[in-house]
Design a binder for this molecule. Sequence first.
Ligand code: KPL
Length: 346
Amino acid sequence: MTDLASPDRAEPWYLLGAGNMGLLAAHYVRRAGFTVIVLRRDDTPTLERTLILPSGDPVLLQLLCEPLVGAGPARERERSSRQDARDLSNDSTNNASGIPPAGSAGLSRARPAPTRPATPTIRRLVVACKAPFSAAALAGLPLAADATVLRLQNGLGSLDGLLPDGARMIEVVSASAVKRDGDTHRVVAENDTWMGESAAGGPPAWFGALSAHWPKLHWPDDFRHRQWRKLVGNAVINPLTGLHDVANGRIFQDPALAGEAEQLAREADRVFTALDPTWPGDSLPGVRALAEATAGNTSSMRADMQAGAVTEIDAINSWLLRQAEALDIDLPAHRRIVAAVKARHP
Ligand code: KPL
């Protein structure tokens, strides 16, 4: 029960997915005095990356690593190595990160490096890989039955059924943005980040220590609504920009795209209102504001589609479709857009 009494800095945080957002989280977590260990597919003992803060100050991140061994099909391994031969992260995105798939057989993990001991039981884990890689990345990971897991990913539901029953999963929603350029990761916006979980309750003991070093980190009472607002933004902006290969700002400048955006937002509101009658049901202005605030951005899904990489559509729009199906609600615009994205990138 490490969390109840103190932040317990002796317990390390393991990181799955040392991409843009994973590295930013690692930086804050280390600044708060915790050890961060990156789970990697090779035996390299340390990972070195430079993070450029919004002030322009560079931070050299030197992170300890533990090996994971991937066993995916050759095509996936080849694509993975093209994306990043060393830390196996996928930074095609501005604010999501990933480790590449281990393939259908899953990630057979934890063959210890010859010179290092096997990874001990993991009690604290940050999952910052791209949502579709979660199952493969977590397969066989020695997670404690009561592990604390921070899910720092786009979309929803990507860890459902993958964690031990007694694990505490804390969702992380961030409006920050980081761009990669080689081994350098530039923090282009250090915005609000919210943490929360489905069970009611206050933050864990380490949260206070972390929030003192993670700018604009909150544990809000209305976490679920914040998470849904992010989801609807991603559900509208990401597939539209991906399919039409445009920057975020284009959506509301083009009447046809704006019309599609309106339908997608309205359908998402129907689902959220059915799930929670207190949902305000007016997502479109927020989506428009997000598209305008990130006007020049290449959305993560557009970047994935340009790179021929797997997209996060299953954790975003298909999550809405799964909720809608259980509620017996039809979402034709989301059905169409999921089919269109999958037709391009099955
Ligand atoms: O989160 C994003 C993404 O691209 O995944 C948005 C907010 C749409 C910014 O590009």
